[in-house]
Design a protein around this ligand. Structure first.
Ligand code: N01
Length: 497
């Protein structure tokens, strides 16, 4: 076993972990490492390689403000291009030397005597320990695939694949395929599978709201302009950002104002499907915005294909050869694609991060759900900064904006605590409680609470603890500076000479 001492350990090499490394390096920190179980940068954009994987936030906004990309080939980027972009940014900022890929972090314990995080893991199969003054959690909320608890699923005799763990070597062509789920991942993979499947059964538990996807390739002249016209990319970013913030206002304070979006979605159904019964089956029964509003031009036409069936009867069980629905119908298949999302509010990783007194995040969040301060620090977990932590997720705009807000906070935390000789920083319980009470008060009028749906935005208690309510520029303002007064801090003992 090898042991390494560093000032800062960043866990995760996705958008947030890489951004943290770049911003810390720019602020003059050199004593940090990035730990990631994968083989390069990208996180969820490295791992989600199912056919059709793409972003539903426009390319120019779904990128770092400090690494704008005039070369985007499409108005909405697909997974391979985002993955390439993230790695190109890492190269440009020379972060690769700091990244320990092939490192599976298995647990992290706060050591009070040393005021350090003791991080355990395996690097290329060998045990390692990293002792860090500060741990930055950049693991992202969409990294632990959720396998549904369906009777018999595990003993299915054919092939089972989760969208986030795609098997690129498996040949789906001509196969009888079942897809479970109709969320953001399913609506991207189903149209691709529909083109090649012998038979495709799509199991829908809840119909989603879907607006048309305004995607197109950029013309060479546009790419020329993005590169050469000063301020053009920033102006495009600003325009997309402003438009999406308007939606945020509706989602948080006036869900009825989203009615026009519902009409656009209904138009999408009408255009995409001819069969009135099928139209009815795909029309959602909850308020638009309560779950993520999806974007697709080919989902409905795919459901209308002769080789594709929409199954709305609930799943009873999976047998060795297929799926049985509650009405007793048996549909045999060769492969089951599980598009059932991720453990977000109940991530298994929460049990492996143990703070003061050995209590894990899973234990402290068990009763009241995920709570933190400014989405970043959690009382009882000193010197741990979570990126995309509690109440930072979004249903309407780019997560990269939220991540960059947190990076400001991280850099200022390091700067202020280092300057003051602080070795232990723990957010005060009162500050955290006040912050969360305010958030939940704002949340009360929102469509996520009142829209009549169940969603992964909610925790087991029904509270929306994964989303940021309101405008994202409010979060940017809150995280502009590290407000050290909200924290209990301990300075390093003075050394007499
Ligand atoms: O997962 P989901 P996802 N039996 O949780 C169904 C991001 N993302 O991977 O609605 C039957 O949204 C479940 O049904 P119901 C984005 O943030 C972004 O699709 O709960 N069905 C639902 O239909 C997104 O929100 C992009 O009734 C079951 C589906 O599975 C997040 O990832 C692209 C079931 C799960 O949908 C997750 O999306 C892709 C069961 N037991 C993903 N359990 C971009 O474009 C669950 N379901 C940026």
């Amino acid at each position: 076993m090898t042991t390494h001492d560093v000032e800062i350990a960043i866990v995760g090499a996705g958008f947030s972990g890489l951004g943290a490394a770049i911003k810390l390096a720019q602020a003059g920190s050199d004593d940090y490492v990035v730990l990631d179980r994968g083989s390069d940068f990208g996180g969820t954009w490295r791992d989600n390689v199912y056919p059709g994987a793409a972003c539903d936030v426009p390319s120019h906004l779904y990128s770092y403000s400090f690494a704008q990309n005039p070369g985007w080939t499409r108005s909405y980027s697909h997974q391979p291009e985002i993955h390439r972009y993230i790695n190109a940014v890492a190269d440009e900022h020379k972060i690769a030397d700091k990244a320990w890929f092939g490192t599976d972090v298995t647990g992290a314990d706060w050591n009070e005597d040393e005021a350090r995080w003791i991080i355990q893991g395996k690097r290329n199969g060998k045990k390692i320990t990293v002792r860090a003054r500060t741990m930055v959690g950049g693991i992202g909320p969409l990294c632990e695939p959720n396998l549904p608890d369906i009777d018999g699923l595990k003993s299915f005799g054919g092939k089972i694949v989760h969208t986030a763990q795609w098997d690129e070597d498996y040949d789906f062509a001509g196969k009888r395929i079942a897809v479970i789920g109709t969320g953001a991942s399913a609506i991207q993979v189903v149209p691709q599978l529909g083109k090649i499947a012998g038979q495709l059964d799509v199991y829908q538990r809840t119909a989603p709201w879907i607006i048309p996807r305004n995607e197109r390739p950029y013309l060479p002249v546009e790419n020329w302009a993005f590169k050469n016209v000063p301020g053009l990319q920033s102006a495009i970013r600003g325009t997309i950002y402003t438009a999406s913030e308007t939606v945020a206002a509706g989602m948080t304070w006036a869900p009825k104002a989203l009615k026009p979006v519902e009409l656009i979605c209904k138009g999408n159904i009408f255009r995409g499907i001819r069969d009135p019964k099928l139209r009815e089956a795909v029309t959602p029964e909850f308020a638009v915005g309560c779950k993520r509003i999806l974007k697709s031009n080919d989902w409905y036409p795919t459901l209308d294909r002769p080789n594709v069936s929409l199954v709305t009867d609930g799943i009873d069980k999976v047998t060795k050869t297929g799926i049985v629905t509650k009405d007793g119908t048996v549909r045999d298949v060769d492969v089951i694609v599980v598009a059932t999302g991720f453990h977000v509010t109940d991530s298994p990783a929460f049990a492996t991060i143990r703070g003061v007194g050995g209590k894990s995040l899973a234990q402290v969040w068990e009763k009241d759900g995920m709570q933190g301060y400014k989405g970043s620090f959690v009382h009882g977990f000193p010197n741990l900064m979570l990126l995309v932590g509690p109440s930072t997720g979004l249903g309407h705009t780019s997560m990269v904006y939220m991540i960059e807000s947190q990076l400001n906070y991280l850099v200022d935390y390091v700067r202020k605590t280092t300057a003051a000789g602080v070795i232990r920083t723990d957010v005060k319980k009162e500050a955290q409680d006040r912050y969360n009470a305010d958030l939940q008060k704002t949340m009360r009028t929102s469509v996520w609470v009142n829209g009549g749906c169940a969603s992964w935005y909610k925790d087991v208690n029904g509270n929306v603890t994964s989303l940021w309510p309101g405008f994202t520029f409010t979060f940017r303002n809150k995280t502009r500076e590290f407000d050290i007064a909200a924290y209990d801090v301990t300075s390093a003992p003075r050394v007499e000479t």
